[in-house]
Ligand binder design. Structure first.
Ligand SMILES: Cc1cc2nc3c(=O)[nH]c(=O)nc-3n(C[C@H](O)[C@H](O)[C@H](O)COP(=O)(O)O)c2cc1C
Length: 252
């Protein structure tokens, strides 16, 4: 079983690659949260993966909620592994994920991995050069292959690079709160009120008011799925996203 969350397709692509190679079922945590499917039977020697994007060096709020609410029934022999997709640095996400799993199940991840992919935090990072973006995605392939090899052999260890001191965790938690201020969103006149942003929002944080998206701040995970998936690129966040372009994983 592989649990995943993905706003723009990177983590879903990685989860799919792992699932095909390891003959695992992939499970969307957004569907689980929406349908109340939170209890899972884990088989003997099963490989149980969690594939999440890194947000502000930590877990997206949706992933935190899932990990806090999930119930995993296991006889203890399963292999648990965590995969962070990230753009620049995964920071402390591996440590935080470990803490969450331990709090819920009393056990830690056997292995932690990372895959560097295009950084979808476009208020800061420029994804407008499609060739460069493709190169980053090409370089992700051997990283995914290595994870498959290790998971296939139940290999343990912490392979998440760019680890940083844990005392920075509260600072980055505050930074994520700052990022999640939905007042930074603007909607351009090219918006046709199609409602795709509302339909696709993983946190049910968007509703259309007079044909224009409005965000509910305390629900929004700031995944930027609305911005990157808008067919008219009408949703912006701050001053830079327009010039930094939209991104969806090419396999989406
Ligand atoms: C709100 C937000 C915060 C992010 N923070 C980080 C970060 O701290 N470090 C990093 O390396 N990448 C960061 N990223 C980039 C994503 O982790 C990366 O692009 C990921 O592969 C996106 O996965 P997805 O396509 O499955 O949603 C951030 C992206 C978003 C939207």
């Amino acid at each position: 079983m592989i649990f995943y969350f993905s706003a723009t397709g990177n983590s879903k692509y990685v989860a799919n690659r792992l699932a095909r190679a390891l003959d695992s079922e992939i499970v969307s945590i957004v569907d689980c949260l929406k349908n109340g499917r939170l209890s899972f039977e884990i088989q003997t020697d099963e490989r149980v993966g969690f594939v999440f994007p890194t947000y502000a060096w930590g877990l997206p709020s949706v992933a935190q909620e899932f990990m806090q609410r999930m119930e995993l029934h296991t006889n203890g022999s399963a292999y648990f592994y965590f995969v962070a997709t990230f753009g620049t640095t995964p920071g402390t996400i591996g440590y935080t994920a470990n803490q969450q799993l331990y709090a819920r199940t009393g056990r830690k991840f056997d292995a932690r991995f990372g895959v560097k992919m295009p950084d979808t935090w476009t208020p800061m990072f420029d994804l407008s050069d499609k060739e460069k973006v493709q190169q980053i995605n090409d370089r992700a392939e051997p990283q995914i292959d290595r994870i498959i090899q290790r998971a296939r052999h139940y290999t343990g260890g912490n392979y998440l690079k760019s680890r940083v001191p844990r005392f920075l965790i509260p600072i980055f938690e505050k930074y994520y709160d700052y990022m999640r201020k939905t007042s930074h969103f603007t909607v351009e006149s090219s918006c046709i009120g199609c409602g795709l942003c509302e339909q696709n929002c993983p946190a049910d944080a968007i509703r259309l008011e007079n044909g224009t998206p409005v965000w509910t701040t305390d629900r929004c995970a700031m995944c930027l799925g609305c911005l990157h998936r808008c067919p008219h690129f009408a949703i912006q966040y701050g001053k830079n996203t327009q010039k930094h372009g939209q991104y969806l994983n090419p396999h989406t």
